[in-house]
Ligand binder design. Structure first.
Ligand SMILES: Nc1ncnc2c1ncn2[C@@H]1O[C@H](COP(=O)(O)OP(=O)(O)O)[C@@H](O)[C@H]1O
Ligand SMILES: [Mg+2]
Length: 275
């Protein structure tokens, strides 16, 4: 130990791309009677999280455990009651005006659960997919980028002129994915992006996400489907009651869950270990 001459850089872990410290989000509950005090409820309770660049993190946990709240705070779509988020070492300030968050929007893409609710029905697919390019003032050939990214998600670039109602649920989710990656973000965040899709379509979207991950994109994926997490995610964080109770490499967490809650969660679902 005394004689080590190894350079420090070799052993120092890489700075995480996403870092959250002490994240807390309280909400006021409903007023039980007029003038009564509204009870405070804690949706997120002192959460620390590191995500290394290029890795895929799955977030699992029962409904109401705080998964969506955590994601909203990471992306400054909501303000924490306490705590901090940094992306690539830069502080995320959810109270900053939209312009001051351009850098964060540029770094991140987001896909929601419901491909029917998340696409504006009055806009053509081309318009929808190029929206982040316009919003972020990215001055490349938008038409060419739309064609490229539609192809990337397995859609015919000719479809740019069509409207969402002409598409199936799975195709819409591909459009949503195309929009999320159009501006080449380094981080793709999905809040149950496959839950609303049927099994075959789900598998196709899973393949796409796996390709993006293989290309080096950092993924943060909320899913209640352990199979998805097993297939796609390097790491998994398990949430219950607003806390992360377990976080580690997927194979390790699923094979040897350390926390009682994870064991119960896994016992409720058939799992084939062996990723
Ligand atoms: N805007 C809100 N106002 C009040 N309570 C909320 C709000 N958003 C979420 N909550 C509550 O916070 C808790 C965590 O919610 P959420 O993060 O959506 O959980 P999950 O995504 O894991 O299902 C839940 O109890 C939910 O009811
Ligand atoms: Mg949710």
């Amino acid at each position: 130990m005394s004689d080590t001459t190894e350079p420090r850089a070799d052993s120092a872990p890489p700075e995480p791309l996403i870092r959250a410290r002490g994240l807390r989000r309280e909400y006021l509950g409903p007023r039980k009677e007029p003038f009564a005090r509204r009870a405070r409820m804690v949706a997120l309770d002192d959460v620390d999280l590191d995500v290394t660049a290029g890795r895929a993190l799955g977030i699992i946990g029962e409904s109401g455990s705080g998964k969506s709240t955590l994601i909203r705070l990471l992306l400054a779509l909501d303000r924490p009651t306490a705590g901090t988020v940094t992306i690539d070492g830069r502080a995320v300030d959810a109270s900053a005006p939209a312009r001051a968050l351009h850098w964060l929007r540029r770094e991140t893409g987001l896909v929601f659960q419901d491909p029917y609710a998340s696409l504006d029905p009055r806009q053509s697919v081309g318009r929808i997919v190029s929206e982040p390019l316009r919003a972020l003032g990215i001055e490349n050939d938008h038409r060419a980028r739309v064609a490229e990214v539609l192809t990337r998600v397995g859609l015919d670039p000719e479809m740019a002129g069509r409207y969402p109602h002409e598409f199936s649920g799975g195709q819409r989710q591909r459009v949503a994915l195309a929009r999320a990656i159009a501006h080449r973000p380094r981080i793709l965040v999905g809040d149950e992006p496959m839950s609303a899709l049927d099994v075959t379509v789900r598998a196709q979207i899973l393949d796409l996400l796996r390709e993006l991950s293989a290309d080096g994109m950092t993924l943060v994926l909320v899913s209640h489907d352990i199979g998805v997490v097993q297939n796609l995610c390097d790491d998994v964080a398990v949430m219950t009651d607003g806390r992360i109770v377990e976080h580690g490499p997927t194979a390790q967490v699923l094979r040897h869950p350390a926390h009682e809650y994870t064991r119960r969660l896994l016992a409720a679902i058939p799992v084939i270990p062996g990723r």
